[in-house]
Design a protein. Structure first.
Length: 163
């Protein structure tokens, strides 16, 4: 009789562990099912990105940084406003891709020049973008400030009114 009781106790412990495992699995599954909106919100949370409008450190240009095309996540930058009207629509940043929180592997172009230099974009905070341009091992940095689309439009209107 002692053997039967011992087997029953062991069987109960095994059953309790099995039930606990099932309960844990069930609670985990119900949590996942009960919160699809929450998990969608987490997956849609955007990492900081340099996309948007930026004013160069001297204030003489405004550049829009955006995906190069609908088919790629690489970033390009186009002059949308400049004191020199001939520079508007010139592409000054080409093919930057994200690498460990910065964007690298692209080229920085000076309007009117054919050859681009190696560059790196680093978002210092939500409103500051560091542009590093390297030529023959020597790198220079500039800090661009984020501007709104309405600031760009106001500058365009002002330039149009002056001419």
């Amino acid at each position: 009789m002692t053997r039967i009781v011992a087997k029953a106790v062991v069987s109960t412990k095994i059953l309790n562990k099995f039930s606990l495992g099932l309960a844990t699995a069930f609670l985990g599954a119900s949590f996942m099912v009960a919160t699809p909106a929450m998990s969608a919100d987490l997956s849609n949370a955007e990492a900081p990105s340099p996309t948007g409008f930026w004013q160069t450190s001297g204030g003489e240009k405004m550049i829009e940084v955006a995906p190069c095309s609908a088919k790629t996540s690489k970033l390009c930058g186009t002059i949308v406003w400049s004191e020199d009207r001939d520079e508007v629509d010139a592409v000054v940043l080409k093919r930057f891709h994200e690498v460990s929180g910065m964007w690298a592997g692209g080229k920085i172009y000076t309007p009117g020049k054919r050859r681009g230099e190696d560059g790196r974009l680093t978002l210092l905070d939500a409103d500051k973008l560091e542009i590093s341009e390297c030529k023959r091992g020597l790198c220079t940095q500039n800090i661009w400030a984020r501007v709104s689309a309405s600031d760009v439009a106001a500058r365009r209107d002002l330039l149009t009114a002056q001419n």
